[in-house]
Design a protein around this ligand. Sequence first.
Ligand code: 6XA
Ligand code: ZN
Length: 343
Amino acid sequence: MKSVYSERHKGHAGNVELVAGAIVPAFEMPSRAEFIRARIDAVGLGPVLAPQTHSLDAALRVHKPDFIDFLGRAYPMWKAAGREGTAMPFTWPTRGLRGDKPPESIEALLGYYSFDAGATFVEGTWDAIKSSYEVALTAAGLVKGGEKSAFALCRPPGHHAGSGFMGGYCFINNAAVAAQWFLDKGARKVAILDVDYHHGNGTQEIFYERDDVLVLNLHGDPANEYPFFLGHADETGAGKGVGFNVNYPMPAGTTFEVWGAALDDACAKAAAYKPDVLLVSLGVDTFEKDPISAFKLKTEHYPLIGARIAKLGLPTLFVMEGGYAVAEIAVNAVGVLTGFEGV
Ligand code: 6XA
Ligand code: ZN
């Protein structure tokens, strides 16, 4: 399997985040991607290509223009306001406030274009966002070009980013961009299988009223788990999208036996949909030792996930999402890919 990777993600570094009342170093850190990159070579998964340059046109097919424009302006505005360090949202236009009126100051814009404090900017963030987007599109191009599969080693991740908002370490929704790109290049139907521990609320929002993208999401029950405000089983789509969004919320402590049954059900639904392409939002924060998650998957399970997905026999693009047990993230993520290849 070919992978696509760019060193430019490393500029998105040194961020802090807000966890349980404390400001701590962000769990979403550059070493995550660097360990995965090294593991690809260690197991001989295949060549690692640099991304091609892409304009933002494909991002604008799933994101609002003012939001994408803001992502590029955010850190320069933060600095122009005399600030340094991490630009972090802290005020949101919730119920009872004016969410329809774009504000002017950087403090307000950060909140206007986010749903939490978890998408933060430093100097190199916008370039890293663009590189992650280009990684996804370049890997999509490999699959479109006839490769059976490809791995987009994206960082920052994307599945929490919606049409007009960032959050949860995500800015541009790389998987959603790639799905729309396949459709624009002639695919009739695309399925997205999100196996990250967290619900991919952004992906759900973007395609919620569509029947040309089937979104399947396995995740921690939002009643008790981030992102809390989306991801319940009764969210099945709207309009012509009814039936084309499927959520599998599962409780803390879920083991592979239970999780794997949900994966089997999701794979059966993906097969019945007969998509032209399958996208996998690949998070490995389902791992038992993940520091911010609560499922109980073990390292030996990740190749089984890849093998199960491979049985669908679909052109498949893996897009990297979460996973924070840095010591094991690479073995687990690349384990899915080698399992897919039957290595
Ligand atoms: C925010 C938790 C962000 C979770 C990010 C993630 N406290 N999403 O891994 O898949
Ligand atoms: Zn996650």
